[in-house]
Every structure is written in C-alpha cells, then in structure tokens.
Ligand binder design. Structure first.
Ligand SMILES: *[C@@H]1O[C@H](CO)[C@@H](O)[C@H](O)[C@H]1NC(C)=O
Ligand SMILES: *[C@@H]1O[C@H](CO)[C@@H](O)[C@H](O)[C@H]1NC(C)=O
Ligand SMILES: *[C@@H]1O[C@H](CO)[C@@H](O)[C@H](O)[C@H]1NC(C)=O
Ligand SMILES: *[C@@H]1O[C@H](CO)[C@@H](O)[C@H](O)[C@H]1NC(C)=O
Ligand SMILES: *[C@@H]1O[C@H](CO)[C@@H](O)[C@H](O)[C@H]1NC(C)=O
Ligand SMILES: *[C@@H]1O[C@H](CO)[C@@H](O)[C@H](O)[C@H]1NC(C)=O
Ligand SMILES: *[C@@H]1O[C@H](CO)[C@@H](O)[C@H](O)[C@H]1NC(C)=O
Ligand SMILES: *[C@@H]1O[C@H](CO)[C@@H](O)[C@H](O)[C@H]1NC(C)=O
Ligand SMILES: *[C@@H]1O[C@H](CO)[C@@H](O)[C@H](O)[C@H]1NC(C)=O
Ligand SMILES: *[C@@H]1O[C@H](CO)[C@@H](O)[C@H](O)[C@H]1NC(C)=O
Ligand SMILES: *[C@@H]1O[C@H](CO)[C@@H](O)[C@H](O)[C@H]1NC(C)=O
Ligand SMILES: *[C@@H]1O[C@H](CO)[C@@H](O)[C@H](O)[C@H]1NC(C)=O
Length: 478
C-alpha cells in the first residue's frame, strides 16, 4: 500500500469519528433514536476507491470500526454504505451494531489470494465475518462476490477441480478454500435484500447464532463446484429464512450440529436448484435437531430433494415439510445424491459412531416428479419413528441419460450399493410409517425397470399404515 493511501485510511476515519463524536455528544437524551435515525457512513469517505483493482480492505474496516464505535456509544444501529463501485477486499470483520449496506450498484469482491485470509485456521477464512456480534447484518440490494471461478483449477461439467490452499498446512484436501459470509457466536442477525454470488466454498455460514433472519436473498453459486453450499446453519437457534433463491452446486440449505443442538429453524417461500441436496440435515450431526419447518418451497431438477444424512448420533425430532413441488434427477454419481426426492438415513458414519434416531416427521401437500424413488433407511439402533406422508403425488419418470440402479448410503456406511430394482419407496429400520392420500405413478419409458412399488424387509419395518394409497401407470398426454 502506498503512503498517501495509508495516511488517508488512518486520518479520514479519525476525522470522521471526531465529527461523529462532536455532533452527537454522549448525553442520555441523545441515546433515544427515532426509527430510521441511524447513522450511515460511506466507505468512500474512508478512502475506498471502489475501482475493483485496489484493495479497499483498510478503508472498509475503518468504516466498520467507526460505525461500531457509534453503536457502542449510542446503542443505535449504524450503516456502512457502499456507493456505486466494485470494492475489492481481503477478509473483513463485521462488528456489533453494524449493517453493511451494499447498495444496488455496488459489489463487494472477495480477494482471490491466500494472503487475503490471514493465517489462523481455514475455518476462519471468510470474505466477511462477524464474530461474537449482536444487532448485525447485511443488506442494500447489491452483491457480495467470492470470485469462486478463480479457485477452479480445471472446469469440468461433471465436477470442477478446485484449488487447495494447503501451503500453510491449515487444512487438507479440496475443502481448503475461504467461505463467503459468516456469522459466528452472534445474536440478532439480519441478512436481507442482497445477492451472495460465486463463493469459493460455502456461501452463507451461520454458526452458534441466536435469532437470525435471512430474507429476500439470492445465492448464486456454481453448479459444478463441489462444496458450493448455499446456507449452512450450524448449532444455531431461532433462524428464519424466507423468500430465498438458491442456485448452486452443493447442499442449498444445510443445518448441521457439531458442538450443540439446533432448534427452531423455519424456511419458507424459497426456490432451490442444486447438484446435491436442496435441504439436508447433516451430515455433521453430533447433537439434536428439533422443531424445523420447511414450507412453500420449490425444488427444481436437483440431485436430491429433502435429505437427512444423520451419521454421528444426534437425534432428529419434529420436522415438517409442507407445500412443495420437487423435481429430482440423476447427475454424475461423484456427487452425493441419486435423484431421491426424499432421503432419510441414519446409518452411522463409521464403526465408532453412535446411531442417531429420527422421529416425528410430517410431509404434507407435496408434488414430486423424479427419476428415483423415496429412500427411508434407519439403522438397528437409529430407527425412523413416526413418519407421515399426507397428500402427495409422486411421479416416477426418467429424462436424463445417467444410469440408475445404485442406492446411495454415502458418506460412510455401505457407500454406493448395486441394486437391480428401482423402488417407489424403499424402507428399512422403520417403526411407524403412515401414508395417507398418496398417489404414485410410473412412467412406462424404457430407460428404467420400475419394478418394485414398495420395497421393505419385514423384519425391520413395523407399524406401517397405508390409507388412500394408489399406484399405477402414468398416462402421459402426448
Ligand atoms: C463477546 O463480546 C462481549 C461484549 O460484547 C465481550 O464481553 C466478550 O468478552 C466477547 N467474547 C469473546 C469470546 O470475544
Ligand atoms: C432492496 O434494495 C433496493 C436498493 O437499495 C431497494 O430499492 C429495494 O426497495 C430493497 N428491497 C427490499 C425488499 O428491501
Ligand atoms: C496437503 O498438505 C499435506 C501436508 O503437507 C499433504 O500431506 C497433503 O497431501 C496435501 N493435500 C492436498 C490435497 O494437497
Ligand atoms: C431478533 O432480532 C431482531 C433484529 O434482527 C430484533 O428486532 C428482535 O427484537 C430480536 N428478537 C429477540 C427475541 O431478541
Ligand atoms: C440453543 O438452545 C439450546 C437449548 O436451549 C442451548 O443448549 C444452546 O446453547 C442454544 N444455542 C445458542 C447458539 O443459543
Ligand atoms: C423455540 O421456539 C419456541 C416457540 O417459539 C420457544 O418457546 C423456545 O424457547 C425456542 N427454543 C430456543 C432454544 O430458543
Ligand atoms: C410461496 O413462495 C413464493 C415464492 O417462492 C411466493 O411467490 C408465494 O406467494 C408463496 N405462497 C404462499 C401461499 O405464501
Ligand atoms: C406447485 O405447482 C402447482 C401447480 O403448478 C402450483 O399451483 C403450486 O402453487 C406450486 N407450489 C409451490 C410451492 O410452488
Ligand atoms: C394430487 O393430484 C390430485 C389429482 O390430480 C389433485 O387433486 C391434488 O391436488 C394433487 N395434490 C397435490 C399435493 O399436488
Ligand atoms: C394442505 O393443503 C390443503 C388443501 O390445499 C390445505 O387445506 C392445508 O392447510 C394444507 N396443509 C398444510 C400443512 O399446509
Ligand atoms: C442423452 O444422450 C443423447 C446422446 O448422447 C444426447 O443427444 C441427449 O441430449 C442426452 N439427453 C439428455 C437429457 O442429456
Ligand atoms: C455394480 O455392478 C456393475 C456390473 O454389474 C459393476 O460394473 C459396478 O462396478 C458395480 N458398482 C458398484 C458400486 O458396486
């Protein structure tokens, strides 16, 4: 960084801070703010160029710090505004009381170099991260862009080969890339009216947070990039996601539990396309998942619709999936997923893992068109209990060229298993499965042997009830 710029980025914030302090003396009457009376600081006033070439990191960080100072002294939220421009940045630390306001014609561009994500462990690599913050968020109508394409070593329509930032020894394998946006150990988090695009790795990561609201957010990843997750919600309570649009390669909405349980996640009014699971619980699943609601969601041509990969002993209890249109199809088998519209599994990750159980699931008002059937697979000590399907139309039809006949237990477990038949619903280790008003239709295409409507091993499946279940050939109007 050249000297004048450095000077500017140090002096400007100081001046600004002064004017803030001078114009708003810390008297008790000043602490009462009317709605909308929050302070807004422009990153331009802190020396940001917005030219997309020079790093604006220190200018933006200074604006965030000044805003946070305002919040701690006045208790009112402060906006960091990005006017028209492209702001190249290394890792930024978002702080309490600060709203990043990336306006409609502004883009915050994550740096593509390893030194843009200083040391620490790879789990701390984000373009923007809030740690231990409260009343914090991102909005404005603009975009945050991770330049994920610069992390692709070889583009491949089946699956891109990605770089591994392994030089530092911070991590291994190909999951060695920075995430886009993270909120960690934070409360009262709001992310709305923003596009998050082209992340190098996971896109939006919510970790050990309470009271998070995500709405009117578009997440645009790369359909061929592995680990391009949409929203990962980890060990967090009271998360509300609505009106989201997610088009990406890996799991789109993915609750996980590593160190603590996850309670009260509600997702409504979303559109999703992914080459992995649209909604997936797990695979990290050491603690409980409880009270989750997914409503009014369209899942389009994804590799898997509603999934649970419970592998580490945590239990799942009380989940509702309602009012959905789901289409699932085969893609390359190097991706987890085999076109299952619904995939519920508890086989333990490895011989040392505990078996979690899954109970009290309701699937209601769901229309499915898919290339494979439903997979309900518990384990001897991880039963699937009280599963209900109500008002569902399932159409099984082939339209891609990928071969069928493999059953997917990954990760771990029995892996990909050869299976000659394609079943409408496979059940194993289930106790309590009630089917009410469900119609299952078969296409008579020649690509597939749709030869087993319902498949189960009686010794592991108990208390099954079918009321108003119909099955038959699909008569397509040509
Ligand atoms: C979190 O922030 C609070 C003040 O907001 C502070 O007291 C506490 O030490 C911080 N915790 C950590 C782990 O940084
Ligand atoms: C999103 O931001 C744009 C640009 O600032 C604004 O015009 C629009 O009203 C906002 N929409 C919502 C839903 O907040
Ligand atoms: C990462 O680095 C470690 C240690 O240098 C090495 O053993 C491993 O093979 C590397 N992995 C990749 C994917 O480059
Ligand atoms: C949750 O956060 C929002 C702001 O994001 C705030 O208005 C609301 O009061 C918070 N709710 C609770 C229960 O703290
Ligand atoms: C979520 O709630 C559970 C149960 O009350 C609690 O153990 C956990 O610490 C909470 N997590 C957060 C991030 O607040
Ligand atoms: C989950 O939501 C319920 C109902 O709103 C509330 O009573 C409970 O405290 C919440 N759980 C946690 C861990 O916040
Ligand atoms: C369902 O979600 C879509 C957006 O995906 C929205 O347009 C529609 O109004 C929602 N329907 C209901 C009944 O809320
Ligand atoms: C599903 O499709 C039907 C028919 O096209 C439509 O009426 C319904 O609103 C759709 N539901 C969702 C959640 O998109
Ligand atoms: C299933 O199809 C029937 C007959 O076409 C229709 O009446 C019903 O609304 C459909 N149900 C769902 C959940 O799409
Ligand atoms: C399912 O659809 C029916 C008929 O459209 C509606 O009355 C009912 O409220 C829906 N159930 C849920 C849980 O949304
Ligand atoms: C299936 O393969 C044929 C011949 O390779 C190709 O022409 C066609 O476009 C493929 N269809 C799909 C849906 O991929
Ligand atoms: C499945 O069987 C086919 C031939 O029957 C074989 O080529 C293939 O390797 C098997 N796949 C797996 C995953 O076992």
């Amino acid at each position: 960084m050249d000297f004048p710029l450095l000077l500017r980025s140090i002096l400007l914030p100081l001046c600004l801070l002064f004017s803030v302090i001078q114009s708003r003396p810390y008297t008790s009457s000043q602490k009462i703010q009317l709605p909308g009376d929050s302070l807004a600081l422009s990153v331009a006033d802190f020396g940001a160029t917005g030219d997309g070439i020079h790093y604006d990191t220190s200018a933006i960080q200074s604006a965030i710090n000044a805003c946070n100072h305002h919040y701690t002294s006045s208790s009112s939220i402060c906006r960091v505004k990005f006017p028209l421009g492209t702001y190249l940045t290394a890792k930024l630390h978002l702080r309490s009381g600060v709203l990043l306001d990336v306006t409609e014609n502004a883009v915050l561009l994550g740096g593509p170099r390893i030194e843009d994500y200083p040391a620490e462990t790879s789990s701390e690599w984000y373009v923007v991260v809030a740690n231990n913050a409260t009343d914090v968020g991102i909005t404005g109508g603009g975009a945050i862009d991770g330049q994920g394409s610069k992390f692709v070593v070889r583009f491949d329509e089946r699956k891109n080969v990605m770089v591994s930032w392994n030089q530092t020894g911070a991590c291994l394998g190909d999951e060695c890339r920075p995430r886009l946006v993270g909120f960690v150990d934070s409360t009262n988090v709001q992310i709305w009216n923003i596009t998050l695009r082209d992340p190098a790795y996971w896109c939006l990561h919510i970790v050990r947070c309470d009271n998070t609201s995500v709405h009117d957010v578009s997440i645009l990843g790369d359909f061929n990039t592995p680990n391009n997750d949409g929203i990962d919600i980890e060990d967090s309570n009271n998360t509300f996601i609505t009106r989201c649009h997610i088009d990406t390669g890996d799991d789109a909405i993915c609750p996980k539990t590593y160190l603590a349980p996850l309670y009260n996640l509600t997702v409504t009014d979303c559109w999703i396309r992914t080459k992995s699971s649209a909604i997936k619980l797990g695979s990290a699943s050491w603690f409980e998942f409880k009270s989750l609601v997914f409503d009014n969601i369209t899942i389009f041509e994804s590799h898997r619709g509603l999934g649970m990969q419970i592998r580490d002993g945590g239990n799942v209890n009380g989940i509702t999936f309602s009012n959905m249109n789901i289409s699932t199809r085969y893609y390359d088998p190097s991706w987890w997923g085999r076109a299952e519209p619904i995939y519920i599994t508890t086989c333990p990750r490895d011989s040392s893992s505990k078996e979690g159980s899954i109970s009290n699931l309701l699937f209601v008002n769901i229309t499915i068109v898919s290339e494979n059937g439903v997979f309900l697979s518990g384990s001897p000590n991880g039963l699937l209990t009280d599963i209900k399907f109500k008002n569902m139309n399932i159409t099984l039809r082939r339209w891609s060229n990928y071969t069928s006949g493999l059953v997917d237990y990954r990760p771990g477990c029995q892996g990909l298993m050869n299976h000659s038949a394609t079943a409408g619903i496979i059940m194993e280790h289930v106790n309590g499965f009630s089917v009410e008003n469900v119609d299952l239709k078969w296409s008579d295409d020649n690509l597939n042997a749709w030869n087993v409507p319902l498949e189960f091993r009686p010794s592991t499946v108990n208390n099954v009830s079918f009321v108003g279940f119909s099955s038959g050939l699909l008569h397509e109007i040509v």
